[in-house]
Design a protein around this ligand. Structure first.
Ligand SMILES: [Zn+2]
Length: 414
């Protein structure tokens, strides 16, 4: 991997107006698909000027900020060949996942992660939050290998790790020790809260995990309510416990699928409570559509997924992520943000020309990972972008796009 160094540059491009900020004196034209023609210049890695290009140079290029992936599983990506889940349901995905643990080594995990990171950079990502399966018998040495990758690729991409453990793990001495290591390396702790939910048991486990996070000032990212049964049972319990504890821990709820099965009034009041507590949500349409409520005989109408529109309307910060890539949970994907975008938008009925749709793919993930730059293109922001041969959204969604990736103004070369 290399960069073609380039101190200065200038391009005439189309940018989505909602992803571009200019001073009030500049009046940008906007076409019916929300694109504005602009001339973008950069210098020493940062955008130095954005000018309107209303009637001037014709362009056949669209510029987008590099993407941030809010939810991945680099530790198991591309394990499908060895561990396929041909039943394609959640229950069997979990069984196959546990089989994979039996032959897991640090080397295998690091190789999978490295292959994934290289693809992700080439395809246009600038950051990834990845969950890493964590269980008592796993070699603790895996973490030093992963932290090494964080450093190795830091020029190209920010990596953020979530130690994804059974909730019980965070009540053990080993769990507390790992929490300290994770804290030292800017990581996050995570767990899984899905039905069947023994409420008493899970109440204790959620409480213990939150108290541990509070003790070490850690963030928490839960896989929660990834289900087509017991709608919202996990998030309701989480909110109940947060009401009992006087702590402030940053929380991400990944999936939150089953709340879409509640009545709209219930969804809206839950959304308000989620917003009030500053809980961020990651919607994961690919795995949810693939696994949940699967029926071999009938095509189900109910396809649970985080109700992104109701959540956004209640001011919850919702990101859209990819989740698994070619493992027992999802057999497809390639760490390509355009694959995600071109499938997720039709699935979720999101218009690419609407600000909130693009926010869920570009700005909310950047906020989730606490990136210095939120992905809005403006003077002074990093020259971190993807330039595509395209003049419309249809061109972007057509699978065989030609793209150039710029990292701090330098063209990325494989
Ligand atoms: Zn996941």
């Amino acid at each position: 991997m290399a960069l073609i160094l380039n101190d200065f540059g200038k391009l005439n491009v189309l940018v989505p107006r909602s992803l571009c900020s200019v001073s009030d004196e500049i009046n940008l034209e906007v076409n019916q698909e929300g694109f504005s023609p602009v001339e973008i210049s950069w210098e020493k890695g940062f955008i130095s000027a954005i000018k309107s290009n209303p009637n001037g140079v014709k362009t056949n290029k669209i510029l987008l900020p590099r993407f941030v992936e809010p939810h991945a599983h680099l530790d198991k990506s591309f394990s499908w060949t060895d561990y396929p889940n041909l039943k394609s349901n959640y229950k069997n995905a979990l069984l196959v996942n546990l089989e994979e643990h039996d032959t897991r080594t640090s080397e295998k995990v690091i190789t999978r992660a490295e292959n994934s990171i290289e693809l992700a950079i080439k395809n246009g990502y600038r950051a990834i939050r990845t969950h890493v399966d964590t269980y008592p018998s796993q070699d603790i040495g895996i973490w030093s290998g992963l932290f090494h990758l964080q450093e190795k690729y830091s020029k190209f991409l920010k990596l953020q790790f979530v130690a994804l453990a059974p909730m019980e793990y965070w009540t053990t001495i080993e769990g507390e020790k790992l929490a300290q290591i994770i804290k030292k390396n800017d990581g996050i702790i995570g767990g899984v809260i899905v039905p069947p939910l023994n409420k008493k048991k899970f109440a204790n486990l959620i409480r213990a995990t939150l108290l541990l996070a509070d003790k070490y000032q850690l963030e928490v990212d839960f896989h929660i309510d990834e289900s087509s049964t017991e709608p919202g049972a996990g998030i309701k319990l989480l909110i109940k416990i947060l009401n009992q504890l006087e702590i402030k821990v940053p929380i991400t709820c990944s999936h939150l699928s089953s709340i879409s099965l509640l009545r709209n009034g219930q969804i809206n009041s839950l959304a308000l409570e989620i917003a009030e507590r500053g809980i961020k949500v990651v919607a994961l349409p690919m795995t949810n559509f693939w696994l949940l409520n699967r029926n071999e005989i009938n095509t189900p109408l109910e396809r649970p997924i985080a109700p992104i529109k109701q959540l956004q309307n209640s001011l919850v910060d919702v990101s859209i992520g990819s989740d698994n890539v070619q493992d027992s949970w999802y057999p497809f994907g390639n760490f390509d943000p355009f694959y995600l975008m071109s499938l997720a938008m039709p699935m979720l009925q999101l218009n690419p020309w609407d600000r909130l749709s693009l926010s869920a793919l570009f700005n909310a993930p950047a906020r989730l990972l606490n990136m210095e730059w939120d992905g809005v293109i403006k003077e002074g922001c990093p020259a971190d972008f993807i330039v595509i041969d395209a003049i419309s959204w249809a061109d972007i969604f057509k699978c065989d796009i030609q793209r150039e990736v710029f990292v701090k103004g330098n063209l990325f070369e494989k």
